[in-house]
Design a protein around this ligand. Structure first.
Ligand code: IMO
Ligand code: MG
Length: 424
């Protein structure tokens, strides 16, 4: 398969972690290109469940090099805790590298994230509160602190003092809260810097050299296409580029090095946080999907908003990512419904449209037009091949590929590795 990008095709939480873990086995390098601890990736191996946020899901394979690349933002406390948690469970994490260019999330970022959400009131984004917006803001404003500087004992205190002089003006004069103390942050964060220093490297070169020498690279997406800061449902988005293009910018590997792009999508749709969601079901069916699919956030525990599969959004996602195939997840969750639905067009100001309007203004005025399909009553969680699936489930998957205009090559019928169907 060469170098493969795995990208979330919806609003995040598509079970990307499971697909990364499944595909990482025959990859030499797994590289995470964007986002931070707003992500929550669950991987099940045997009877063990791992909840990862920034550490790439390939870390469970000791022979795979795992890279946290340039486009990622790292909260040193959370990241250290993640590594130590894994080590406590026998995962050595020796196969891990962090880009010196990755920006560091510091206490003022999460504080400002939460204060800003509060200030927005009814217009809040519903962020994860992990400082993601503010840290990417600093990166763009060129006042961010990167891993290389953070782990440099002589550079960090001065850099922090400079940035904090700006942030404290904001905190005290705009938000009316207490200023933060630079010396205290330096002291509190020194142990994290010590623990993370050995992992820091020029990962763009490491990854590009690996690819050039014929090694295979798996790009681990976080978040989802519809949360992309440019291509997503702005302003209800995250602040990075979860779309496939982000994989090259965020890692330093050129677009010519990518051989395939797999979009991961659930058999239905979920969204956490605010923003338009045309196929949302605020009824018993929505609750049933939530309970059966365990649709509660890995990072924040929030109940996810649930609805039928949005084919218009999925077609858009296939288009803007240049998907070469789809992984259709959680097919087992739809077992037992008498009928299942897919949104195949929207009604927008009295007209029928089939192109996804990615801005909140237009999307919030769209009403879904559904096509109904007979459901399948059989439990599919033991299906091992395409032929094991009930006719109606196969017809559903075929409809998804027709609407998305991309073949469904992987189907997931449960959370475990062995509950995955690969179609060739
Ligand atoms: P994974 O990798 C689902 C959502 C938040 C919020 C918006 C902005 O698990 O798929 P942020 O904290 O990023 O500023 O919040 O983006 N969001 C996610 N939703 N899965 C994620 O990641 C998400 N990361 C961010 O809920 O609506
Ligand atoms: Mg998540």
């Amino acid at each position: 398969m060469g170098n493969t990008v795995v990208v979330g095709a919806q609003w995040g939480d598509e079970a990307k972690g499971k697909i990364i873990d499944c595909l990482a086995h025959d990859k030499d390098v797994v590289v995470r290109w964007g986002g931070g601890s707003n992500a929550g990736h669950t991987v099940i191996v045997g009877d063990q469940e791992y909840k990862l946020h920034v550490v790439p899901a390939g870390v469970l394979n000791p022979h795979t090099l795992n890279v946290v690349a340039d486009g990622v933002v790292i909260d040193p406390a959370g990241f250290t805790a993640e590594i130590e948690g894994l080590r406590g469970r026998g995962i050595a994490c020796d196969n891990l590298k962090i880009s010196g260019n990755a920006h560091v999330v510091l206490p003022y970022h999460s504080l400002l994230d939460q204060l800003e959400e509060r200030r927005k009131g009814g217009k809040a984004i519903g962020t994860t509160g992990r400082g993601i917006g503010p840290v990417y803001q600093d990166k763009a404003a060129r006042i961010g602190i990167r891993m290389r500087d953070f782990t440099d004992r002589s550079a960090f205190p001065d850099l922090l003092a400079h940035v904090l002089s700006i942030k404290n003006e904001l905190l005290t004069k705009i938000y009316g809260v207490e200023p933060l103390d630079a010396k205290k942050i330096v002291a509190d964060y020194a142990p994290f810097a010590d623990k993370l220093r050995p992992f820091v490297d020029d990962t763009a070169i490491v990854v590009a050299r690996a690819a050039r020498s014929g090694k295979s690279v798996l790009f681990e997406g976080a978040q989802g296409t519809l949360l992309d800061i440019d291509l997503g449902t702005y302003p209800y988005v995250t602040s990075s580029h979860p779309t496939a293009g982000g994989a090259t910018v965020g890692t330093g590997l050129g677009p010519t090095q990518i051989d395939s792009i797999i979009g991961v999508a659930k058999s239905y749709t979920t969204r956490v946080g605010a923003g338009a969601f045309p196929t949302e079901l605020e009824d018993e069916i929505g609750s049933l999907i939530r309970e059966r699919g365990k649709e509660y956030g890995t990072t924040t525990g929030r109940p996810r908003r649930c609805g039928w599969l949005d084919g218009i959004a999925l077609n858009y996602s296939a288009l803007v990512n240049g998907l070469t195939s789809l992984a259709l997840m959680h097919l087992d969750v739809l077992s037992g419904f008498p009928e299942v639905k897919i949104c195949t067009s929207y009604e927008f100001d009295g007209k029928k449209i089939s192109d996804f309007p990615s801005d909140q203004g237009r999307l919030s005025r769209c009403k879904p037009i559904f096509e109904s399909f007979p459901g399948w009553q059989e439990d599919v969680s033991n299906a091992k091949s395409w032929d094991d699936l009930p006719d109606n489930a196969r017809r559903f998957a075929e409809t998804v590929e027709r609407i998305a205009e991309v073949p469904v090559k992987i189907l997931s019928v449960g959370r475990r590795r062995d509950q995955t169907i690969f179609r060739d």
